[in-house]
Design a protein around this ligand. Structure first.
Ligand code: CUA
Length: 201
């Protein structure tokens, strides 16, 4: 008979878990359950997710919507020729990502709600509203709508956070949020000569 010299253990060879091991099992199981519950809770209550407004769109058609948006509410151009648009509260706002530029520069009013549409002309880009933790994928062929209400006046940057080619690091756009009271007056008298573009930085 073939023998290896290795014999199976006899009788009850294992020892019951030590008390500290049981404690760790309990803690990790409870934590797993917390994380499991957070997935649906965060989806419903976290306020971090897309609104569900989305549709397929041909990039060429999307560019046409952006151009229409610019001609409806445009107030001028930046020094580097990017249109500046000041849509009224409640407007559908169209932002185009393309290698390596965000078009147009948006001028929004504090406290007003807008539907911000995002799409790309060419490849995947990433919308990050600096300095906030707001991040969305911008994908060619899809129009994503987000309901946004700027809560603080200021001068913000849109940073591309999806590597999209050699000029990725130059792809910086701009959002200006005017204070609630001054919003209407300023939108009417905005001076495009003084709007800088982030793209030059
Ligand atoms: Cu666009 Cu990186």
């Amino acid at each position: 008979m073939y023998t290896t010299g290795v014999t199976p253990p006899q009788g009850v060879w294992w020892k019951p878990a030590h008390k500290s091991e049981k404690v760790w099992f309990t803690i990790s199981f409870v934590w797993c359950m917390v994380l499991f519950a957070m997935m649906p809770l965060w989806h419903l209550r976290g306020g971090q997710n897309p609104t569900g407004i989305r549709a397929r769109v041909d990039p060429v058609d999307y560019v046409a919507r952006v151009q229409q948006f610019v001609s409806d509410y445009g107030t001028g151009e930046t020094e580097s020729g990017i249109p500046v648009v000041a849509p009224p509260p409640g407007a559908e706002v169209y932002l185009l990502a393309a290698q390596y530029q965000w078009t147009p520069v948006l001028q929004l009013q504090e406290g007003a709600e807008y539907t911000l549409h995002l799409s790309s002309l060419d490849v995947n880009h990433g919308f990050n509203l600096y300095p906030f933790n707001v991040n969305f994928q911008v994908v060619p062929g899809y129009d994503y709508g987000l309901r946004v209400t700027p809560t603080e006046a200021g001068d913000y940057r849109i940073v591309c956070n999806e590597f999209c080619g050699v000029g990725h690091h130059l792809m910086v756009g701009k959002v200006l949020v005017t204070p609630a009271a001054a919003g209407a007056a300023e939108a009417a008298s905005s001076d495009p000569e003084h709007v800088e573009t982030g793209g030059d930085q």
